[in-house]
Ligand binder design. Structure first.
Ligand code: FAD
Length: 320
């Protein structure tokens, strides 16, 4: 029975994590000798049939405007209907904000075992075993799902989608879910900023920057490379930066391609939110700072000397 993949959108555009989930789900289907099908909720601006390139045979598209704004309850209900209609055995989400809101609800609704935060393909040779991060990324656990329906949410950046050939069939799914119980009355976006949760590049600062007046060292660099900005909790608690920029165990967990950390010690609670980044660069004047142990590249130096040089050199490379 087929694998169903939830393909998350933002304003009618598929998110990057959706391609990862699609390719991952297609591979799971291949391992189980079955088909992979996707579900898209709300109007879509792109051509969904191109998802065939990631191995999906069919897309169940619910076009209704009701799904333009995210509501976990209505999303869960309609995904449950799609899953029941096609007898899905395995349902895949990205372990992003939307996936984290829907997958547990769906797990209850369908009485399905759920593994959240999968980091690799399941082992289907003897049962159905999924590897996931535990203890804030400090260890792995192999979890066996024993229920007939299985749900996996895949960590962002854990699976690389590779484009192949193919065209997916689009099937319109008419939802009987009805109106949402919540109504979004306004969305206020921060103009000109790269949203942190989705950012590929993140420039982040800690208490080593000494105060909010010095943040131009980070925002200037972030502008040059097109990055989002983040900070440690100590910085947000001191009101140097807004709380929505705080990353870590009690803040946002992110997985960008580049996490550029300046004047951050690398406390375990901070690492918990950033250690899934592909490449970590650390600038700290203390060679013993714990963050260097997690870094791919490190500069031992004073941020006030190093950052202006990095900004200048990057501008030169970019011809700015
Ligand atoms: C339950 C709990 C949850 C928590 N959750 C989070 C969380 O989600 N996120 C989070 O970030 N923290 C969290 N914390 C706090 C965490 O333990 C640290 O206190 C915090 O991350 C420290 O922030 P920091 O690295 O900016 O500051 P500091 O620990 O003060 O480190 C500043 C660093 O800057 C370096 N430095 C100083 N001057 C310079 C300079 N001129 N140039 C270069 N480097 C310089 C120093 O060597 C030092 O390493 C949590 C704590 C608890 C107890």
């Amino acid at each position: 029975m087929p694998v169903l993949i939830f393909l998350d959108q933002s304003e009618g555009h598929l998110k990057k994590n959706s391609y990862e989930a699609a390719a991952y789900g297609a591979k799971v289907a291949e391992l189980m000798s079955t088909k992979a099908e996707g579900v898209v909720l709300g109007p879509a601006s792109g051509d969904l049939s191109t998802l065939g390139k990631y191995g999906l045979q069919k897309i169940h598209h619910v076009k209704s405007d009701v799904f333009s704004n995210f509501d976990a309850q209505t999303y869960t209900s309609v995904i449950a209907d799609v899953a029941k209609g096609m007898n899905a055995d395995v349902i895949i989400f990205s372990n992003n904000m939307d996936g984290r809101a829907i997958a547990p609800r769906l797990s209850v609704k369908l009485k399905a075992g759920l593994v959240s935060g999968a980091v690799s393909l399941p082992d289907v040779t003897n049962g159905f075993v999924v590897k996931k991060n535990v203890f804030s990324g400090k260890a792995f656990a192999n979890v066996s799902i024993n229920t007939p329906i299985k749900i996996i949410s895949l960590n962002p950046n854990a699976y690389k989608p590779v484009e192949g050939e193919g065209t997916a069939e689009i099937v319109e799914f008419t939802s009987s879910v009805g109106d949402s119980k919540v109504k979004v009355t306004a969305i206020n976006k921060l103009d000109g900023e790269v949203p942190l949760a989705e950012a590929e590049l993140v420039v982040s600062g800690g208490r080593g920057l000494k105060g909010p007046d010095n943040w131009h060292l980070l925002t200037d660099f972030a502008k040059v490379i097109g990055a989002a900005t983040a900070c440690s909790r100590a910085v947000a608690d001191a009101d140097w930066r807004p709380h929505h920029e705080h990353v870590g165990q009690t803040g946002l967990a992110i997985a960008p391609n580049l996490y550029f950390a300046v004047g951050i010690s690398g406390a375990i609670q901070h690492l918990a939110g950033v250690n899934r980044s592909k490449v970590i660069v650390v600038i700290n004047k203390d060679p013993e700072a714990p963050f260097f142990k997690a870094a791919d590249y490190g500069i031992v130096g004073d941020a006030f000397e190093v950052m202006p040089k990095i900004i200048e050199a990057t501008k030169k490379i970019k011809g700015m």
